[in-house]
Design a protein around this ligand. Structure first.
Ligand code: SF4
Length: 254
């Protein structure tokens, strides 16, 4: 059994699923406009966060001493995030979790927020969900840190791993936006509803967002399930595999 087959077996995806056909056309959206952000992962779950306005006032937020986040370089951005206390999440976490990987990656994977393991180690996706994400990456011949960058919508662990609140997302999102500007990825994969709705600026179910090529400021964006959700709902792994195949097909055409 080769390594890729082993990964696919771990994903409950062996024998291989057939790849999708042509990528769907890019859906025109207006990212980060007034948005309705939803909590929870399954389509049946109701929105827990309500309507959020992503406030552009972050550009002079107290967390960066008045310096515009949009102008920060990598070292400055890392320093500002490390010292950030701009929302209440910082009081309950061990450290901020900035992101990890190739800072010029073609692939950007975005999750929701740090969990307990990530909070302890200061790196995104290092627990069981991280192990599954690594398997998902390996299944499409990618590897953490090699042409791949991994980040979250919020940099601090929400208490009890709850979904980040709309105001917390609005406060933290500019850091990710700046990371994306610096990375300039070719493709973004949003892992879960929180990441998808925050980046796309609209509330929708995962089911309605999957299988469509969205647009984040000119960068194609694909939505799939969060690995933590896949651990709870392993029967959905086949859909995640479809999404990953869609992503690789799309990347090949970029
Ligand atoms: Fe700052 Fe983001 Fe942490 Fe809130 S979650 S304190 S905005 S780094």
């Amino acid at each position: 059994m080769d390594r890729r087959e082993a990964m696919l077996r771990e994903l409950n995806l062996y024998p291989l699923w057939k790849r999708r056909g042509q990528p769907a056309p890019i859906e025109a959206v207006v990212p980060n406009a007034t948005s309705r952000l939803g909590g929870g992962e399954a389509d049946t779950q109701q929105s827990a966060m309500g309507i959020a306005t992503l406030n552009p006032s972050y550009l002079s937020s107290p967390s960066d001493g008045g310096q515009e986040i949009a102008n920060l370089d990598w070292p400055q951005l890392k320093e500002v995030v490390r010292d950030c206390t701009a929302c209440k999440l910082r009081a309950g976490c061990t450290q901020t979790v900035f992101g990890v990987g190739d800072e010029k990656a073609d692939w950007l994977f975005v999750g929701e927020g740090p969990g307990a393991d990530e909070d302890a180690q200061g790196e995104p996706f290092v627990g069981q969900a991280g192990k599954l994400l690594d398997s998902m990456l390996a299944a499409i011949k990618l590897k953490r840190g090699t042409n791949v960058y991994i980040a979250n919508i919020v940099k601090c662990r929400p208490p009890d791993n709850r979904t980040p609140a709309a105001d917390e997302i609005a406060q933290c999102l500019p850091y990710l936006e700046r990371q994306i500007e610096l990375i300039q990825p070719k493709l973004i994969v949003a892992l879960g509803k929180t990441a998808a709705t925050a980046l796309l600026g609209k509330d929708a179910t995962i089911g309605s967002l999957r299988g469509t090529l969205h647009d984040y400021h000119g960068i194609p964006l694909i939505v799939t399930y969060h690995p933590a959700y896949l651990l709870r709902s392993p029967t959905e792994k086949a859909k995640a595999w479809q999404d990953l195949c869609f992503a690789t097909d799309t990347m090949q055409k970029l």
